[in-house]
Design a protein around this ligand. Structure first.
Ligand code: DAH
Length: 462
């Protein structure tokens, strides 16, 4: 049972509905027995925490809209990698199994990413993918070329602010070489070197102090030789540098066109490599881009673990994979100040963007925001209540106020010295991107969130 669609600009008319919906879904007592997502029905259970508002986003497919900033960015990247041996996928549905999202990639059973506070579950076996890596398994099985790209919407329970939204987009890439295509290792290494040499050169300034692998901090896999590991790593790094070069040089052009005169915009693009850890790659890295005076984490990657390939029925093969988030980059490219804007249905947003064109967003409004605080004592005994995680509070606000919640921040926390009771205060900024909000409307949304919080988590409101 998904709530009927509520365009955000009619929320005030329907606020009683919103309140009811939120109560129904956030509180554990009133969970529907089934939920329907994209024509598939799922039985709910103790794990179910995907809310109607989140499920409304499934199927919007912003990455498939050629006139939407996310679609334009995807096209920019995919165009750069045309005719280089990659197959481009964009149609995988975001509902995947726990196996695809975690197990097959080697996530340990106690990995925090698996928890209900971080991930939207439809039930204990099914979830909204938290990353496009969930499709690596399937793509390794079916991809007809040596490499592939996957683009899709991904979902994470997260904080609320201008750069975090529970749905965002990722682009995944992978590339393999099969030992069976070569007579010996030498021949294979020569081919990988040729493939590296064929990657177009960039002007990018790269700082890389990470070795091809490090037995202590970033080990290689025993099924690969040192040379294989080194060359696959190089191919990976040059490929990602090409991608980053393409995207961030466009972002620079667009910042200049928008009138920015900051010095770094006239300097060559600077990136650095750092070691990282992902359960399904070894060794692993992250690339960071120097942007507006700070290092911006941009893309995780590594040499694919053998077990991911063998789980897909692929033997004697080596390769790499990466995953990059698109939304924050699109915010830079198009000068978009708030991540919520990507999801607005307002024509004043949508009509500004055209296929294959990077343009700077012109704000059509500056509607004022208004803040309200939620202060409470956490329950002394958790009996009968679930423990409150910060993301649960975020979810209540999100479910009640939707995109009218611009940010939620913990602004105060203390423990009473005598009673040992713990108090928290969160500040919610309500601000619409499309219209002015009335005090009554904000009060009503805020009261609804407070009530749900008290009812579901047993907090004592102050
Ligand atoms: N899935 C990772 C994330 O969401 C990103 C990533 C890292 C993808 C390394 C990869 C990879 O394919 O090899 O943070």
């Amino acid at each position: 049972m998904i709530a009927t669609k509520l365009p955000i600009n009619v929320i005030c008319l329907a606020k009683r509905n919103v309140f009811a919906t939120a109560l129904r879904t956030v509180s554990t007592q009133a969970k529907p027995t089934e939920i329907k997502v994209q024509d598939q029905t799922f039985k709910t259970d103790d794990w179910t925490n995907a809310t109607p508002r989140i499920l409304e986003l499934v199927g919007r497919d912003l990455h498939k809209d050629p006139n939407h900033p996310i679609g334009i960015l995807r096209d920019l990247i995919e165009t750069r990698f045309q005719n280089m041996g990659y197959t481009f996928y964009g149609d995988f549905k975001p509902v995947v199994s726990v196996y695809e999202n975690f197990d097959v990639l080697g996530f340990p059973a106690d990995h925090p990413g698996r928890s209900k506070s971080d991930t939207y579950y439809l039930n204990k076996d099914t979830l909204l993918r938290t990353h496009t890596s969930a499709h690596e398994h399937e793509c390794f099985v079916k991809c007809p070329t040596e490499g592939y790209f996957i683009c899709g919407d991904v979902y994470r329970r997260d904080e609320i602010d201008r750069t975090h939204y529970p749905a965002f987009h990722q682009l995944e890439g992978a590339r393999t070489w099969s030992r069976n295509n070569f007579e010996n290792e030498e021949q294979m290494l020569t081919k990988i070197q040729q493939d590296i040499d064929a990657i177009p050169k960039t002007e990018i300034v790269v700082s890389d102090t990470t070795p091809p692998f490090d037995p202590e901090t970033n080990p290689k896999q025993s099924y690969m030789t040192d040379k294989e590991t080194a060359l696959v790593g190089q191919h990976l790094k040059r490929t990602i540098e090409l991608l980053v070069n393409e995207v961030f040089n466009e972002a620079k052009k667009s910042a200049k066109l928008a009138g920015s005169t900051e010095e770094y915009l006239n300097e060559p693009l600077k990136v650095r490599w750092v070691e990282a850890y992902f359960p399904w790659t070894a060794p692993s890295w992250e690339i960071e881009v120097w942007w507006k005076g700070e290092w911006l984490e941009c893309c995780g990657c590594g040499v694919v673990r053998e077990q991911v390939l063998t789980n897909s029925g692929i033997k004697d093969t080596i390769g790499w994979a990466f995953g990059i988030g698109l939304d924050r980059i699109a915010m830079l490219l198009f000068g978009i100040p708030d991540i919520r804007l990507f999801w607005t249905l307002d024509e004043r947003f949508k009509s500004q963007f055209k296929e294959k064109t990077i343009s700077t967003f012109k704000p059509y409004s500056k509607y004022p925001g208004t803040t309200r605080d939620i202060s409470f004592w956490l329950p002394e005994s958790k009996e009968g209540f679930t423990e409150l995680h910060e993301n649960d509070l975020m979810e209540i606000v999100r479910e009640t106020a939707g995109d009218l919640a611009e940010s939620v921040k913990l602004i105060d926390e203390f423990t009473h010295p005598k009673t040992n009771k713990k108090s928290q205060c969160y500040r919610v900024n309500y601000q619409s991107m499309d219209r002015s909000l009335t005090n009554d409307e904000v009060n009503s949304l805020h009261d609804a969130s407070r009530s749900i919080l008290a009812e579901t988590y047993g907090v004592h409101l102050r």
